[in-house]
Design a binder for this molecule. Structure first.
Ligand code: NAD
Length: 708
């Protein structure tokens, strides 16, 4: 039943001299429990129907005094027909029908469509995967002025393309960023004479700048939050009359200074469902004078972007969505096949749109870094430029990440070899085969071809797990998980990798020896769990000192007390080894009979000692040429499936920069910030372990011996 329907006569009289024409719909049984509001969760809209109808009738009468008002019959089943602004956008004889994201709200579309068709409008429909909020989200700034489209909540940016194909107008898309104002007409109100009321905080930064350039300072007025929340911008303007729900004295004064008379009408019943005067009316007489010449607005840019991988467990989805939205773009999900259990791969296919080409390029660049495969990449080969000076990359070179990367060349994707961060990609051909390899800038030779720009490059942020039944656990710092259970995970992973013939590399600092961890590391080496050891001068010096004198930096390792003249021990150790000609020679001569380095040499396990400015001696094996040392580290890390970093910030960070994503890293340090910093390099297969390194090694070797 329709309660308090107005007399049809009222609008019929006005329709004969229609300066302004509006479409309204009586509330019927609105508010109803099943009202589908504009996303305002808490508003069920349930209230006293008589008050609702009184409020609507007041608006109807006020508007009928100054304009012709036509009515669309109410349907009992669709009470939200009352919000006629969401019927569509009118431009002359064209009616672009809204397309709602929520299926429940689409019910009213067909009634509005029929109404427009019956009156001879050219009805324009939005394509199936495009959403458009009609006159709630599209407002003309004035004649010969652009159509402003608010996107981000109920309208997708792709609708701009569609509008520009059908309407002969310039279109300016503005991004809505505050969900309290999720329709443009709740925060943006063009008035006669080129004036504008708006609430800038409801828009993103870029859109605010656009409005500033579109409407001069004296013609725009930023309403207060109080006015915005009272839906002052959801006003209906006819000539010099502005009909709205409520205003502060400040806004009334400002409107009066512009020559407008403010008419207030209480519309609280409708506001609880997200709309006020403007939402309850659809202006029917708007028609843009077609512009001469080229239209200023380029259509919005749209591209399909696919993501495959462990999107859900890696929290990838939020970064993807934020990346697009914060950069001013919008997206719609075309396909989403979520992995059902942790570790399962997911597929996400998005249609990404941006208001202009430079923004689109910026967004796609960021999405590629997140592993997105952009639709147009297949046809875009990778670009390369020659090196003209030894050790210098061409400008615009592509800087590599830890993530597996492929380049598109000669019609196929080639995986980049020796992946590491902070490198460049060099295109090489060997044995008539094209290859792409990560290199450091300093190693570039003139004539080599280096990848530049971002075209034809794919970055996969998913991380493969090694073959084997055990999936390494990505863990928070050990304070949140029992240290023992983390070490159990590490031991199981090491066993799995060893069973499958994979490589495990250790990086270790001298604290390993000071804390009594030396014998346990020795056990791991002799047990075949260490495929290479990376460290500095100190770990070798202290290991050898402990074998020769039972001390580490002069402290007796068993008693934990300094010994007399102990400070000389480490210098003596260096001197003894230098006299022998090196650690290997000292082992061969029987001078060293045990310890970490004895185990390395006896088992033929490769190691690299990288020099530093702190080094005493150094030992003959310590590589003081840092470039050679870095190369040696990189070679020993090649193919590693796991890297265990033990209490050396310097050497762990050095090694970490050379490790591609997907390599499991265990970062043991007593300082939580160091452990987290080491593990937090973008690779999700990293585990920070905050503990004493001696205790860690003791527990790890015990677990491995008992299980191995
Ligand atoms: P570093 O500062 O890079 O790392 C030491 C790390 O050990 C720190 O992060 C610290 O928090 C952590 N740590 C301290 N106590 C711990 C414990 N009980 N358990 C777990 N973690 C603990 O220092 P570095 O790697 O030892 O040395 C830096 C460079 O200086 C290296 O190249 C080293 O070879 C050299 N160095 C040389 C000599 C020498 O030649 N005599 C002596 C010392 C250091």
């Amino acid at each position: 039943m329709i309660v308090n329907s107005p007399e049809p006569k009222a609008h019929a009289e006005k329709a004969e001299s229609p300066a302004c024409r509006f479409l309204m719909c009586a509330p019927g049984r609105f508010p109803a429990e099943d009202i589908v509001n504009f996303g305002v969760e808490e508003s069920s809209g349930v209230g006293d129907p008589a008050t609702t109808h009184d409020q609507w009738n007041r608006l109807y009468r006020l508007l009928s005094d100054c304009a012709a008002v036509e009515l669309i019959p109410q349907r009992e089943s669709i009470p939200d027909l009352v919000f006629t602004a969401s019927a569509g956008l009118i431009d002359g004889n064209r009616a672009v029908i809204s397309r709602f994201r929520q299926p429940e709200r689409r019910r009213r579309q067909r009634f509005f469509r029929k109404w427009f068709l019956d009156r001879g409008y050219d009805v324009i429909e939005m394509p199936g995967d495009t959403y458009f909020g009609g006159a709630d989200d599209a407002l003309f700034l004035g004649n010969l002025k652009p159509l402003v489209v608010g996107y981000g909540f109920n309208t997708t940016l792709e609708s701009v393309n569609h509008l520009s194909r059908h309407l002969d107008v310039d279109i300016v898309p503005l991004r809505l960023s505050d969900e309290r104002f999720h329709h443009l007409n709740t925060c943006f109100c063009p008035l006669e004479g080129g004036r504008l009321l708006w609430y800038p905080e409801a828009f993103d930064e870029r859109s605010r700048r656009i409005v500033d350039s579109l409407v001069s300072k004296e013609n725009r007025f930023a309403v207060s939050e109080e006015d915005a929340m009272a839906f002052a911008c959801n006003a209906v303007n006819v000539g010099t009359t502005v009909i709205l729900n409520r205003t502060t004295p400040d806004l009334t004064r400002h409107l009066a200074a512009w020559g407008f008379q403010t008419v207030r009408v209480e519309l609280s019943r409708f506001m609880s469902a997200g709309g006020s005067a403007r939402c309850l009316t659809l202006r029917l007489d708007e028609e843009q004078v077609p512009r001469e010449g080229e239209r200023a607005t380029p259509p919005a840019q749209t591209c399909q972007v696919d993501f495959r991988g462990h999107l859900i467990d890696e929290g990838h989805l939020a970064s993807i969505a934020d990346g697009i939205v914060l950069a001013g773009g919008s997206f719609s999900v075309q396909r989403f096949e979520p992995g059902l259990s942790p570790g399962d791969r997911s597929l996400l296919s998005l249609k990404v749109s941006s208001p202009d080409s430079s923004r689109q390029e910026e967004i796609l660049r960021e999405l590629r870094k997140l592993g997105g495969i952009c639709g147009d990449q297949e046809t875009c080969p990778v670009q390369a430029a020659p090196v003209t000076k030894q050790g210098v990359a061409p400008p615009e070179f592509y800087s590599t990440t830890i993530f597996p990367t492929s380049v598109y060349i000669d019609g196929c994707w080639i995986q980049v070899e020796k992946q590491r961060m902070d490198g460049v990609i060099v295109l090489k051909s060997s044995e008539e085969r094209l290859r792409a390899e990560c290199c450091l800038i300093r190693d570039l030779e003139p004539g080599e071809r280096v990848v530049v720009g971002f075209e034809g490059i794919r970055v996969y942020q998913e991380q493969e797990t090694v073959a084997g039944e055990f999936k390494f656990m990505s863990s928070p710092v050990s304070s949140e998980r029992s240290g023992e259970s983390i070490i159990e995970d590490v031991a199981q992973t090491m066993l799995s990798i060893r069973r499958n013939g994979g490589r495990i590399v250790f990086v270790a600092g001298p604290v390993v020896i000071h804390t009594g961890g030396g014998p346990h590391l020795e056990t791991l080496i002799r047990g075949g769990y260490v495929d290479a050891l990376l460290g500095g001068n100190a770990i070798a010096v202290h290991d050898i000192e402990s074998r020769l004198y039972g001390t580490s930096l002069g402290v007796n390792l068993r008693r934990g007390k300094p010994v007399v003249e102990g400070h000389r021990h480490h210098i003596n150790a260096i001197n003894v080894i230098r006299e022998c000609g090196g650690i290997a020679a000292a082992v061969k001569n029987g001078i060293i009979t045990g310890g970490v380095f004895h185990a390395l040499i006896k088992t033929g396990t490769p190691f690299c000692l990288a020099g530093s400015i702190r080094d005493d001696g150094p030992l003959p094996e310590t590589e003081m040429d840092l470039i050679k040392a870095q190369r040696c580290y990189a070679e020993l890390l090649q193919g590693a499936e796991m890297v265990v970093m033990l209490s050396s910030m310097l050497h762990s960070i050095g090694a970490g920069n050379m490790i591609p994503a997907g390599v499991r890293m265990v970062c043991v340090d007593i300082n939580p910030s160091v452990a987290t910093k080491l593990a937090d390099r973008g690779s999700l297969d990293s585990t920070p372990v905050v503990t004493d390194v001696g205790l860690f090694l003791e527990s790890l070797s015990r677990k491995l011996i008992s299980s191995g």
